[in-house]
Design a protein around this ligand. Structure first.
Ligand SMILES: Cc1cc2nc3c(=O)[nH]c(=O)nc-3n(C[C@H](O)[C@H](O)[C@H](O)COP(=O)(O)O)c2cc1C
Length: 175
């Protein structure tokens, strides 16, 4: 109600506005509020989790659910498969991304879900994908990000995570 408080406070050294002026000011302010819905902050969230042994058969269903639901909730992102982990980036309005992450944390199709990165953003990295899977589990798919070591998501520097998802976005654009 800050806008209302502002509209009702008069602090000039001329005569205070008349009642009519105040009412019309309030009316135009409230019309402006109705006409221009406030932009909710966008955020980006990345987590990693351990894939279960059934992950190949789970994946199709997970993607079906994710694409349908994310499209409704304006969530976009990518799901990366590494040899043992899921690494997922979700972006969208903060409230819906948070609720989505809470559901994902409770999902028995994976375990040891851990938050890797959370930030407010101005624009999306994956504006065109409600959810797309990219498989880096084969061969040396993860080599550029692990320097030949075992992949431990919680130890990856932020710059490497960012590079990984920039590469994934570039890959999806080429598809
Ligand atoms: C690795 C993984 C990624 C998932 N990604 C999403 C997603 O991006 N969006 C989504 O709505 N659900 C996703 N899910 C499914 C959710 O965990 C959950 O099953 C689904 O949102 C339905 O939740 P509900 O039954 O509580 O309504 C994912 C699940 C797993 C295991």
């Amino acid at each position: 109600m800050d806008w209302l408080a502002g509209a009702m406070t008069w602090s000039g050294d001329t005569n205070p506005p008349g009642r009519g002026a105040l009412v019309s000011d309030l009316l135009s302010l409230s019309l402006a509020c109705v006409g221009e819905p406030r932009q909710m902050p966008l955020c980006r969230l990345v987590y990693a989790s351990l894939r279960g042994p059934r992950s190949p058969s789970d994946l199709v269903k997970i993607l079906e659910t994710s694409e349908a639901r994310n499209a409704v909730e304006a969530i976009t992102g990518a799901l990366v498969l590494t040899p043992d982990h899921y690494l997922q980036l979700l972006e969208g309005e903060r409230r819906v991304v948070d609720a989505c992450y809470q559901r994902i944390c409770r999902d028995p199709r994976h375990s040891y879900v851990g938050l890797i990165l959370f930030e407010l953003i101005d624009e999306r990295l994956f504006p065109d994908w409600s959810m797309s899977a990219v498989d880096l589990s084969e061969g040396d798919g993860m080599a550029p990000y692990t320097e030949g070591k075992e992949f431990r998501p919680e130890e990856l520097p932020r710059a490497v995570i960012e590079q990984l998802f920039r590469d994934v976005a570039a890959r999806l654009r080429r598809r």
